[in-house]
Design a protein around this ligand. Sequence first.
Ligand code: AMP
Length: 211
Amino acid sequence: MRVVFLGPPGSGKGTQAERLSAILRISKISTGDALRESIKRGDELGRKAKVYVEKGELVPDDIILALVEQLIDEAGGRFLLDGFPRNLNQAKSLDEYLSGRDWSLDRVIYLRVDRGEIVNRLSSRRVCSQCGAVYNLIYNPPTVEGRCDKCGGALEQRRDDTEDVILRRLDVYERETAPLIAYYAERGLVEEIDGTGAVEEVFERIRRALE
Ligand code: AMP
């Protein structure tokens, strides 16, 4: 199965793709996670990507495309994509890359959440500095304040989850990424899912849509 998760930052793409990946035993490919890991390691990719990620701007396509092609090959061609494609050029390049291997996308899950809710969600999001587990101080708080339930690691705020960067990321989403909904809808691939409510409820909607 080959699925793309689309939706604004903070719509729950990463959380939902993670769940689905565990159930279907298909790799989740998250460009955002891969970039953050590289930035943490300080490798070449991380050094190139850091300024863009911290400002909430898109990392240049050539860098991202090389990364994604490598990750798709490592995943053996079955994948859930989280955070890619982010613009029309990336979407077209993905199509070309897949068709070169006789593959195609099966479905696009579009998680719909409105702008006001996104700002609330992202400003209260916290991430484990050790294992990357994601929490929300309002909707999904950790049992012990500031500590990860899974590994006990310290929770921190992503550097791009500050209000000014959140607003920039939302603008980038609306300008560059939202047009992909129509691009994929033309091919009948889009499942529009209400992304509000509890994580479990949203997951149930996704499961039903994929049946
Ligand atoms: P995310 O974790 O998906 O919200 O991504 C965090 C940041 O990583 C974004 O704001 C971009 O700077 C960068 N990024 C992630 N995926 C892409 C992509 N497909 N194209 C360009 N930049 C990306």
